[in-house]
Design a binder for this molecule. Structure first.
Ligand code: VG1
Ligand code: CO
Length: 543
């Protein structure tokens, strides 16, 4: 088996975004496009020689072809061993768990997360480091720099290998282990949670529905919820991963997981509903006729963490991404533990988790997690909620309403304007930036602006600085208005506007967030001039 050194030409557009490189499948199918990026990853990891790489993806279209190419390239680039999930499958949190359990040097995850899949849709690739988490900016910048200068890539000259049966074999000088994608992850969950308590919950009248949206969490949810915890068969729906996710959009929110939401708001609704995204790192939590916003979910889990065996002794600290509501901060203050505010994207939590500064972290974009892995983890969040329900005997609605009474309610909504022209996206951010200096002290939407800035973050562990992470208007009464551009889209630009208002009065805590936040919503539209600049009268997605 010869190692081929194939000449290639650089592509100018291989800059990793919030979570790896995401592009249309047709872009990835161009000759050498995937190979160039994979070679650039490997070159950015010079100490890879003889070490172990974990490899798998969410099963979307092009996953299998990509796995074969990456295996041959890994063998030609000095890796000692690759652990690949059977069928080329691994959820994002499972890759993180396997890297940590087997002390691998890193991992490659093939996914575009919640973006639709299929020949005309999206594909993605990202690299995770030895702590199991997304590569920090130092490495993604090196990958980007390498991809602009690449002249050749190395690949083993050999036929496709069998990734559909567990076992061990050699590929040139490299060992390959095809492993069960679920077992290490399921074992980790069994160590964190009290599975006996959850079995007792499912043995009673409690009913749940989990929508895997034809994406990667199907096999994980079936094994853990139905096989191990005894939830009645049929609890997991859409449990078979399909290469096009059944034509759906596996983004667990009220718009894209509408059928699940409808079921939970029906007369005969189950007690608990949950969904996950394409690669299994996001979660949506629903009670009977009740939706839990992700920011509240993080706060509620933190406030009740001691119900879960792994967190019985309490949390070290909590971190949230900047646009995530401040609900978790209030819990941290009451618990007397530190809280941190990071830029959007899980990679910013890694250092805090590694340094033992935080135990829980989360994002408003349906992401929650803990120090058990270094990715957000959809099923972990579901099991955490089930544990709190089991321990308290209360419904989801009762748990959250009680939480608001104890800590105040952070009304919250995010409005997304998807796929606007890239130039309009730039213009909106510019329009807003130039206004910042004159906004402080003004009364807008009935509140005084205390601070208006472009969020920059200095990592408390390694001192690295990340600037331009979103425009913030902070008001004297604690309300916030935030605007940023998405870093995960594959077409045009997406503007996200985040609105938050704190309500302490229990009598005013169960109103419609869109109504309560109306003045902030109008202000966001006015300040960005989004309608004038894009012609859009309304957002494409409201969460
Ligand atoms: C979005 C979310 C962000 C999340 C990222 C990756 O990024 O807002 O919170 O970390 O997706 O999640 P952006 O840049 O589009 O706002 V996933 O599940 O798509 O890997
Ligand atoms: Co995801």
């Amino acid at each position: 088996m010869a190692v081929l050194n194939i000449p290639t030409q650089a592509f100018p557009d291989q800059r990793p975004g919030t979570s790896g490189l995401r592009k249309k499948v047709t872009i990835f199918q161009q000759p050498h496009y995937l190979e160039n990026f994979v070679q650039s990853i490997f070159e950015a990891i010079p100490d890879r020689m003889g070490k172990t790489l974990v490899l798998g993806g969410d099963g979307r279209f092009f996953n299998r072809e990509a796995i074969q190419i990456i295996l041959r390239m890994a063998a030609a680039n000095g890796w000692g061993k690759v652990m690949v999930g059977r069928g080329g499958l691994f959820s994002t949190p499972a890759v993180s768990a396997v890297i940590r359990a087997h002390r691998a040097h890193g991992g490659i995850i093939l996914s575009a997360s919640h973006n639709p899949a299929g020949p005309d849709h999206d594909f993605g690739i990202k690299y995770n480091i030895s702590n199991g988490g997304p590569a920090p900016e130092k490495i993604t910048d090196a990958i980007w720099a390498g991809s602009k200068n690449i002249q050749s890539f190395r690949i083993l000259d050999t036929a496709d290998v069998d990734i559909d049966h567990e076992g061990h074999f050699q590929l040139g000088d490299m060992a390959v282990e095809v492993c069960d994608p679920v077992s290490d992850y399921a074992a980790l969950m069994a160590r964190i949670f009290d599975f006996d308590a959850l079995r007792r919950l499912f043995a009673g009248p409690f009913r749940m529905r989990f929508d895997a949206m034809h994406a990667i969490t199907g096999p994980y949810a079936l094994e853990i919820l139905e096989n191990q915890l005894g939830a009645v068969p049929g609890t997991v729906i859409n449990g078979i991963p399909l290469t096009d996710f059944g034509g759906g959009h596996p983004d667990p929110n009220l718009v894209y997981a509408k059928s699940l939401a409808d079921a939970l708001f029906a007369e005969d609704a189950p007690d608990f509903g949950a969904a996950s995204d394409g690669d299994g790192d996001r979660n949506m939590i629903l009670g009977r006729r009740f939706f839990v916003t992700p920011s509240d979910s993080l706060a509620v889990l933190a406030a009740n963490a001691t119900h879960i065996p792994a967190y019985q002794t309490g949390l070290k600290g909590i971190a949230r991404s900047m646009p995530t509501s401040q609900a978790a901060d209030v819990v941290a203050q009451q618990l007397g533990i530190p809280h941190y505010e990071t830029p959007t994207g899980w990679k910013f939590f890694g250092n805090l988790l590694d340094a033992g500064k935080i135990t829980f972290c989360g994002e408003e974009s349906f992401g929650t997690g803990s120090d058990h892995v270094r990715e957000k983890d959809g099923l972990w969040a579901v099991l955490a909620w089930l544990s709190i329900i089991a321990a308290s005997g209360k419904s989801v609605a009762d748990i959250v309403v009680q939480h608001w009474q104890d800590f105040g309610r952070h009304y919250y909504t995010r409005h997304d304007y998807e796929n606007i022209p890239a130039s309009a996206g730039e213009e909106i951010m510019k329009t807003l930036s130039v206004q910042l200096p004159i906004l402080v002290g003004q009364t807008l939407a009935g509140r005084v602006v205390q601070k208006a800035d472009d969020f920059a973050y200095t990592d408390p562990i390694d001192g690295s600085i990340s600037s331009h992470q979103g425009i913030r208007l902070l008001f004297e009464d604690g309300a916030r208005l935030i605007v940023r551009l998405s870093g995960t889209g594959t077409e045009g630009a997406t503007v996200r506007i985040y609105h938050e208002h704190l309500e302490q009065d229990a009598a005013r805590q169960q109103l419609d967030p869109q109504r309560i936040l109306r003045d902030l919503i109008t202000l966001g539209k006015d300040l960005t001039r989004i309608e004038q600049l894009t012609g859009r009268k309304a957002p494409t997605v409201i969460t």
